[in-house]
Design a protein around this ligand. Structure first.
Ligand code: KG4
Ligand code: ZN
Length: 368
């Protein structure tokens, strides 16, 4: 089905979009405005996490997640509209994550967005979750293209040169686990609750990383690929050997695990920095080159510190959104929608939900 909104988006500078994120276990919505000067303003945001409902099962149960999204998405949308004192007809578009993610949740979010778009004759924006993470720094800090991005989340790990909306040059990816997944598995091994990343970070602050020697997979290897499964296996062997007897042992293991992840991320990012800084577009650019981090794992304070030091050493600025905008949120989806809508692009109402949807499959927005 074709959408009918040729007057929306392209050519107008101030635009307001509702963003819906239901790709995993968080129901998140936000209303974001793109201002005349190209900055963004988060007008209202709501996030409802379901983590308690999944805890008894030791992981996210897709069916429970989808049902919960159905229950709470509508009230969340109502709340953000009320907070901004806006009606649907005051908006310029409805954006929802269409992938990658759990198919049940994606269908709930995308179908809701389609219904709202159809009912209020607004353009639909079917957003790639990874693109939403990748563009968040343009909402928070107005970062100009191109920039080097380390995207680290529960399901993804990539080093990317972001040349523009829909223009992603992938320099490296993980060959197995994503770092968030590794943090979550390590937390399970050590008996911490989920999500594991924040728990490991807290425990690591109490521990001594030098009490346990864990491998740093891919360290010093050519290229920008990552691997985390060997690190996780080494931690599992350590746990199975019975050497975690006290809380202090647990904290030391958490600290050693986090240090291994940080070293690996920094080493791989340094390889990518060398490629990025040799790019002719960067050499010719009058502005200082920029390293950006995004995704849930970029909420980690030690990772942020290390990347900041690394960037400075290479004459780059380091920019990372606040922790609540690194983890999944509705504002990033609304903003990705705004970036596309500003170019006059939007999606047809038969846009499909895509459980797998790599960044490399995206294309730049085309005005309709
Ligand atoms: O981006 P995100 O919210 O969801 C995905 O798109 O995957 O990332 C979630 C991941 C989880 O694996 C979580 O453990 C990790 O981000 N995470 C952290 C921290 N906060 C969240 N990892 C390390 N340190 C943190 N402070
Ligand atoms: Zn995410």
């Amino acid at each position: 089905m074709a959408a009918r909104h040729s007057t929306h988006g392209g050519g107008r500078s101030s635009l307001t979009v509702l963003g819906i994120e239901c790709s995993c276990d968080d129901t998140a919505v936000a209303i974001v405005r793109r201002n005349d000067d190209h900055t963004g303003t988060i007008r209202a945001a709501r996030l409802a996490t379901q983590i308690d409902r999944h805890r008894p099962y030791g992981g996210i149960v897709p069916e429970i997640a989808a049902r919960r999204h159905i229950d709470i998405l509508d009230p969340c949308i109502r709340t953000v509209l009320d907070l901004c004192q806006l009606k649907l007809s005051d908006l310029d578009g409805i954006a929802a994550t269409a992938g990658p993610g759990l198919i049940g949740g994606l269908l709930v979010g995308l179908t809701t967005a389609k219904a709202l778009a159809l009912a209020s004759d607004l353009p639909l924006l079917a957003i790639n979750h990874l693109e939403a993470h990748a563009l968040t720094v343009r909402l928070t800090d107005g970062v100009a293209f191109p920039y080097l991005l380390l995207l680290v989340s529960g399901g993804h790990c990539q080093l990317v040169i972001v040349h523009g909306v829909g223009r992603y040059q992938i320099l490296g990816s993980t060959r197995d686990d994503a770092p968030g997944e590794a943090f979550d598995k390590a937390a399970r091994l050590l008996g911490f609750e989920q999500p594991g990343g924040p728990m490991i970070e807290r425990a690591a602050a109490r521990g001594d990383p030098t009490r346990l020697d864990l491998p740093r997979p891919m360290l010093g290897h050519h290229g920008c690929d990552f691997s985390f499964s060997g690190l996780k296996t080494a931690l599992r062997r350590h746990c199975e050997s019975g050497r975690i007897a006290t809380n202090a042992d647990r904290d030391n293991a958490a600290a050693a695990f986090q240090a291994a992840i940080v070293d690996t991320l920094a080493d791989r990012t340094e390889q990518a920095i060398q490629i990025f800084l040799a790019d002719s577009a960067i050499i010719d650019s009058p502005t200082q080159p920029c390293l950006v981090a995004a995704g849930g794992v970029a909420a980690n304070g030690i990772i942020r510190q290390r990347l900041s030091t690394l960037a400075r050493r290479h004459g780059m600025i380091f920019i990372v959104p606040s922790p609540d905008l690194c983890t999944d949120n509705g504002a990033m989806v609304a903003w990705a929608g705004l970036e596309r809508l500003h170019c006059g692009a939007y999606d047809a109402l038969d846009a499909v939900a895509r459980p797998r949807w790599p960044l490399s499959d995206l294309t730049p927005p085309v005005a309709q």
